[in-house]
Ligand binder design. Sequence first.
Ligand SMILES: [Zn+2]
Ligand SMILES: [Zn+2]
Ligand SMILES: [Zn+2]
Length: 103
Amino acid sequence: MAKKIKCAFCSGSGMDPYDLLSPLSHCLVCSGTGHVEVEEPMKKCAFCGGTGRNPLGARVACIVCGGQGMNHCESGLICNQCKGTGKSSDGLPCTRCKGAGYK
Ligand SMILES: [Zn+2]
Ligand SMILES: [Zn+2]
Ligand SMILES: [Zn+2]
């Protein structure tokens, strides 16, 4: 079942948080609605800490959750490879959980 949550990338404003195209451009993650739908059960994205923003510095949406700030995860068990951080030692998404932090 999909649940409607506030878009993390734009904090629910529906506007592009980085003004990449213009200050009036819509958020690419939620198409300007301010909400996104994520399949339940869901957990906060470990890779971006739930911000929906790419922690690697680029002004783009998180590559793990796609900017939604949450990831669908079936078991909810912490990934034992990255210990729930979602990151590998090189700073890239954990290869096991793909950055979600959970199995
Ligand atoms: Zn948005
Ligand atoms: Zn994320
Ligand atoms: Zn992991």
